[in-house]
Ligand binder design. Structure first.
Ligand code: KIV
Length: 273
């Protein structure tokens, strides 16, 4: 497979993403949590790198995203930023850091921006978090919204099933999307909703809508890097396309290494001083 050739090598900005939507140019976004993965992903031409709170699951092995702390997210975001030259870096605000009140939210958002040098932050929710959204935007911090399946609310939802299948929830999602755009968010993630709803929201907004399980009618796509690289073998949602089978590649490589060490094949004469 050939490597994607990046024509515009300038740093991606929030303004350029809105321009991409106007031109009908699709936006490619992936998560990353560490320096090495971020530098590979950035070099391969991704437009946005999300330091997702999915780090709680895929890096730390937690069942949900809820336990990850602000300090841990800052550590991951700092590591990612060091590896990125071109992509816009967005850091998730973890659960509990923006829901209490707007003053606490802006304080925590400022900490993320100051300590990590990320370009923007992402928050989950609509109308109920608008005071925090407004206060953070007033501080000059760009925000990406996140609606649909919002994993920080998993204990309220009860399942990771498709959201907004009924009319009332779909109507609330459309209203929230508009409120987030009107407040000044530069983009919106829609997770696990019917494709027709994803298309409708993308067509009704001027800001880019990035989908994960929201169909092909949105302005861009996001996947968790460890999922699309086939490292998380037991995670198989319908929306996931695997571009590699790193689980097999890594375990074969490690198995070969173990064999070579145990049989004294490694290191050979050329591999020592
Ligand atoms: O944390 C994350 O990885 C996310 C994506 C699924 C959008 O929020």
């Amino acid at each position: 497979m050939s490597k994607y050739i990046v024509e515009d090598t300038r740093k991606v900005t929030t303004h350029r993403l809105i321009e991409m939507k106007r031109k009908g140019e699709k936006i490619a976004m992936l998560t990353a949590y560490d320096y090495t993965m971020a530098s590979i992903i950035d070099g391969a031409g991704v437009d946005i790198i999300l330091v997702g709170d999915s780090a709680s699951n895929v890096m730390a092995g937690n069942v949900t995203t809820l336990p990850i702390t602000l300090d841990q997210m800052i550590y991951h975001a700092k590591s990612v930023v060091r590896g990125v030259k071109r992509a816009l870096v967005v850091a998730d605000m973890p659960f509990g850091t923006y829901q209490v009140n707007a003053d606490e939210a802006v304080k925590n958002a400022i900490r993320i921006m100051k300590e990590t040098h990320a370009d923007a932050i992402k928050l989950e929710g609509g109308e109920e978090i608008l005071p925090s959204v407004r206060k953070i935007l007033d501080a000059g911090i760009p925000i990406m919204g996140h609606l649909g399946l919002t994993p920080q609310s998993i204990n309220k939802f009860g399942t990771y099933g498709v959201r907004a299948k009924d009319e009332a929830e779909a109507a609330k999602l459309c209203k929230d999307a508009l409120l987030l755009q009107e407040a000044g968010c530069f983009a919106l993630v829609l997770e696990k909703i019917p494709a027709t709803l994803g298309t409708k929201v993308a067509q009704s907004l001027e800001i880019p809508v990035i989908g994960i399980g929201a169909g092909g009618g949105v302005d861009g796509q996001v996947l968790v890097c460890t999922d699309m690289l086939g490292m998380t073998a037991d995670f198989t949602p319908r929306f996931l396309r695997r571009y590699a089978d790193l689980n097999t590649i890594i375990s074969d490589a490690v198995g070969n290494y173990v064999n070579d060490v145990k049989s004294s094949d490694f290191p050979n004469e050329k591999e020592q001083y």
